[in-house]
Design a protein around this ligand. Sequence first.
Ligand code: FPP
Length: 260
Amino acid sequence: MHRDEAKLRAYFADAPTDISLASIDQQRLPSHISIIMDGNGRWAQARHMDRAQGHKAGVESLREIITSCVRLGIEVLSAYAFSTENWQRPQHEVNLLMQLFAKTLIQELPLFEEENVRLVFLGDLTALPQKTRQTFELGLARTCHNTGMMLALAVNYGARAELTRAAKLIARDVQNESLSLDDINEDCVATHLYTADLPDPELLVRTSGELRLSNYLLWQLAYTEFYVTDTFWPDFDRWELLRAIQSFQQRHRRFGKVGV
Ligand code: FPP
């Protein structure tokens, strides 16, 4: 992945005392970083603000982390923005999030174009309000020829729904005889998931201290390293990202085998 060394150093200048660009090994960066962005509401509550302010601040964090990953030359960044269960939030918050997603997409398109970011979505977009879906489709069309970092936003995503959908797609292929039972293996399942074109995440970050997966990428996270921080998503910045990468680089990954 191409990266601009001068821009990288400039972006990570003014480091705090405990972490800097020099603290991480540039040759062993995770190819795919995935993030469960959590804690916008609690961040706002702690400041006596309404939850909407927390989500707006969350968008600022997302922009900083997208830029950080582009600067570092990360191949894929994915982020959980809205789950299949999030529809059960109060209607006004759901509406607010859908409007915020549309607004954010339009606002960030110049960044994606300038930084050569290719946008993809994980999840069922057909259930989204028309305006949100249209802006997402515009984002897809405007970035589909970009060759830089892939940004995968999980919206109306649930891993159980994704696996159920994959089972149906495979069953349909068997039924119309384009696939035989013997062709069903792990690769076949993987290619029927929303993430068919993405490598599995190497590092999963969850903010706000929660120790659960919340129906996120259940198949794809089989051998992913987890990093959980108490920091709320709106406070998660480029230095927090470096801390997560540093922790990842200290792990001994064995993939079920015996370590050497
Ligand atoms: C979790 O906080 C965060 C969200 C539900 C939304 C995150 C979305 C963004 C930052 C923007 C994404 C942009 C696009 C274009 C898709 P929470 O409300 O669960 O926080 P809480 O657990 O403290 O209540």
